[in-house]
Design a protein around this ligand. Sequence first.
Ligand SMILES: Nc1ncnc2c1ncn2[C@@H]1O[C@H](COP(=O)(O)OP(=O)(O)OP(=O)(O)O)[C@@H](O)[C@H]1O
Ligand SMILES: [Mg+2]
Length: 277
Amino acid sequence: MTGIRYVTPLREGGSVPGVVEADDLGTYVVKFHGAAQGRKALVAEVIAGELGRRLDLRVPELVRFDFDPVIGLGEPDQEIQDLLKASGGLNLGMDFLPGSLGFDPLAFGVEPAEASRVVWFDALIGNVDRSWRNPNLLVWHRNLWLIDHGASLIWHHNWKGAAASAAKPYDASDHALSRFSPDPAAAAAELAPRVTAGLLAEVTALVPDEWLAGEPGFDSPDAVRRAYGELLAARAADIHERITLAPRRRDRRPPPEWLRTWVDGKNAEGADAGERA
Ligand SMILES: Nc1ncnc2c1ncn2[C@@H]1O[C@H](COP(=O)(O)OP(=O)(O)OP(=O)(O)O)[C@@H](O)[C@H]1O
Ligand SMILES: [Mg+2]
């Protein structure tokens, strides 16, 4: 895919992705390799996003996106101009979902089975960016769509300590879907067997060589791909045992005695009033 028109920056995003029209006349959200988050954020988007899609989670289609900074010259903001100039060549495009809304847990209900799958998937990829403050979920045509996996696979920022870091628990207590009764062990039983070595090889093969080349400690992009695959395979096997969830409402401490008496008294009054009426 090649960009033909830079439409607008998406300023809600820390990396300021752009909405860009491409030569197939489709519109894409483009994540730029020149952003401060760097190319590892793009690697994480590809591996996590393509893995999620193969596990039947809804992730907008991802494409390799060729961007020539010339098409952004009309953009007046100097910072964005700098970002675009630093991002010539291969970037990551994601199908733009027109009319989608940011997910609001108070306005949109999610089935426990779906919440379970998403929480388990986020634990698998070590996603620290799906809290209720910043859900990175979109609602489109009444379905939930997963976006923004740039802050997942966080262990790839330090491969030497990766195994130890990946063995740590996953804290899902402020996950955007934690209020929908997720059961990650049930999701693991369904999804973990599907995370095979073959599937991981297929997914990691989609990352362009130029985003993996020169990684310290590895002698080729394929060696880096194997490291991602091995780590995710190990995690798929048992991460469900290490997920911390917020306590469920019914597990929380009961109200104090004085409050219960007061509420019961109120109910009794209400019932009396009802009988009198
Ligand atoms: N495929 C899409 N279709 C429609 N809107 C999108 C899409 N992807 C992203 N957006 C919008 O752009 C915003 C920024 O995107 P995204 O969260 O991926 O960027 P980011 O720079 O990685 O953000 P963050 O600050 O959360 O790290 C989203 O919150 C959403 O409103
Ligand atoms: Mg985001």
